[in-house]
Design a protein around this ligand. Structure first.
Ligand code: GLY
Ligand code: MN
Ligand code: MN
Length: 495
């Protein structure tokens, strides 16, 4: 008896260790299966009668030889499933269907197990995992899709996103390539025949409406999503704050990028929501500068840092522009304070009921009039402000605001602000070398970008951990940094 008890005890302990090990591999604050199910139900509610919505997982992207880029799930797919693996497809039916003798209103096909691949890449969820962990009532493997009897011609609408034809054939049965090819056959999709944007439908395929529905849903964040966005923003602004304290002339752009990303990892953010932009001087004028190669940022330059952490899928989008040596020059401060004024003016207007267009108008007005006052523009006549080569406002060439969420430029309606939207306000002024303005303004790039939660009577500034005001930035830059004591060997001169 004793022996048996001991044996059972050891077995239980073993099971417990395995369970703990499995649980420990996943963060405990991910969105829940109930959240994802609620989103599928929300979508079903707004789908047209007798329709089916189809979502494919993101493809795996080639990086080099047999290496791939780090996998990132398609945000729509993640939003509706919580599934983080490739090679999957999801069907959501408006009405309950009888398929293969089963009643169902949704079904997911996921990657099948493969012992050898799992030896290299880790465990796959499989269809049983899709049932047990993602809580899908009906889940199959991709290999079962071929024989899944679904008559797409019976639907009034088959809603899906068009394909980009950029999916690699992995040769594994039931992979994404095969799922797409089989789906195209089943649904009668022939790219040559489709002129969907212009012509009324030739059949029941609809490549336009699904995005409209997803914008409606994803633009308004639930409490769980707002909590994750707050975390992503706090992590990002903690990193901006620390970078402000650490930066000094002679550091490289990449090193500064590393400071941010180290802090993101410290707080277990899995990634950046977009490639980090760290550009000093002229480099800051490249709106989506990503090389971050400058080996030595210079005394007297501004450095623009547009860096945001992705936490449990949700990304912040925060930009701070600071003087490398800790003190703005007269011209830098004039431009900086003008951008600050534009952002603050838009923030004051920001609340439910305001339009995106009016936020844009107000930042444009403050920037353009300010630049006339400073002498960079002759007047606010478009002829004096528009750069003929780009067709854009010469010194403020981008929009002011966008949704953030699972995408940095997240899906969402873009007419009127509604409670629960989370948006950026990000005016900027960029005066590159060789501009028509007086030379004293050259090499000044400034963007201030913050994240806001839209509420009934205003907008909550989420990203206030990192100072925005020029005087506060100068004050913080005098503080010592946790990175000051980082003393690494000179590897070019080690024996
Ligand atoms: N980080 C990209 C953007 O600000 O829109
Ligand atoms: Mn942005
Ligand atoms: Mn940004």
């Amino acid at each position: 008896m004793r022996k048996t008890f001991a044996g059972v005890g050891v077995l239980l302990l073993f099971i417990q260790i395995i369970t703990v090990a499995q649980v420990a591999q996943k963060p405990d604050d991910l969105l829940t299966p109930a959240f994802h199910k609620a989103k599928r139900d929300d979508l079903r509610r707004i789908m047209p009668p007798n329709s089916v919505a189809v979502f494919f997982s993101n493809p795996v992207r080639s990086r080099a030889n047999d290496g791939s880029y780090k996998y990132h799930q398609d945000p729509n797919f993640y939003y509706l499933t919580g599934h983080t693996e490739p090679h999957a497809v999801l069907f959501i039916f408006k009405e309950t269907q009888l398929i293969n003798k089963a009643e169902l209103n949704e079904v997911i096909f996921v990657r099948q197990h493969n012992a050898l691949k799992e030896l290299y890449d880790g465990a796959r969820l499989g269809k049983e995992g899709a049932r047990e962990q993602l809580k899908f009532e009906v889940a199959y493997e991709g290999t079962e899709f071929m024989n899944f009897k679904i008559d797409f011609s019976a639907f009034d609408k088959v809603l899906f996103y068009d394909f980009f034809n950029d999916v690699r054939n992995t040769e594994e049965v039931g992979d994404l390539f095969e799922l797409i090819e089989q789906f195209k056959q089943k649904v009668g999709y022939d790219q040559k025949d489709l002129n969907v944007a212009i012509e009324p439908k030739k059949n029941n395929i609809d490549l336009v409406s699904l995005d409209v529905l997803m914008q409606k849903l994803r633009g308004i964040k639930s409490a769980e999503e707002i909590a994750l966005l707050r975390k992503a923003v706090n992590i990002s602004t903690a990193a901006h704050l620390e970078a402000m304290k650490a930066i000094e002339p002679g550091m490289s752009e990449m090193q500064i990028q590393g400071l941010h990303e180290f802090i993101h990892k410290h707080y277990t953010a899995e990634d950046q929501g977009y490639q980090s932009i760290v550009g000093a001087g002229q480099n800051g004028c490249v709106l989506h500068y990503r090389i971050n190669y400058k080996p030595s940022v210079q005394d007297g330059e501004l450095i623009l840092m547009d860096v945001g952490a992705e936490y449990r899928g949700y990304t912040a989008d925060v930009t701070r522009t600071i003087p490398v040596n800790g003190k703005f020059t007269k011209e830098q401060k004039l431009i900086y304070d003008l951008v600050y004024e534009a952002q603050t003016a838009a923030w004051k207007k920001c609340k439910a009921g305001t339009t995106f267009a009016s936020l844009s108008e107000i930042t444009n007005k403050v920037v353009n009039e300010g630049l006339v006052e400073l002498g960079l523009y002759k007047s606010t006549d478009p002829a004096d402000m528009v750069d003929s080569a780009t067709g854009r406002n010469r010194y403020y060439p981008h929009g002011c605001c966008h949704h953030i969420g699972l995408d940095v430029h997240d899906k969402g309606e873009r007419d009127v602000l509604k409670e629960g939207m989370v948006i950026t306000i990000e005016p900027g002024i960029y005066v590159p070398n060789g501009s028509p303005a007086d030379q004293k303004w050259w090499n000044i790039p400034v963007r201030i970008e913050d994240d806001f939660l839209v509420q009934k009577d205003g907008c909550e500034l989420l990203s206030d951990l990192a100072p925005r005001k020029s005087e506060e930035i100068e004050k913080v830059m005098k503080e010592s940094s946790v990175f000051t004591t980082l003393d690494l060997p000179d590897i070019d001169h080690v024996k």
